[in-house]
Design a protein around this ligand. Sequence first.
Ligand code: FES
Length: 111
Amino acid sequence: SSPNIARRGPFVVEEKPGVRWWCACGLSASQPYCDGSHKGTGMAPLKVEIAQDGRIAWCGCKRSRTGAFCDGSTGPPDRAPRPGGLCRNRAPIGRRTGRFTIFAFAGQWAG
Ligand code: FES
């Protein structure tokens, strides 16, 4: 099954260091974070540790190829949003390595 589209664009949040559970199923009422609503879907949240203060663009369409982070579309992070893509973000924000650590990759992003 495909994840629900929570938003056709990112959730931009000023984050502090610590662990976040990014909702991968798109059903959480506490976007972009997991609230347990994925139960029974076969999907699971992605655990992300934030290393330092920073603005994070969490994927809202749940189809980013960079996992929890908005890549501007269903395409790779170095490309502009493709026509018909699920995300309307006009300024793709790829994964900025060194700021976060992904511990688990249990969700599904087929779509
Ligand atoms: Fe969506 Fe948990 S509520 S992954």
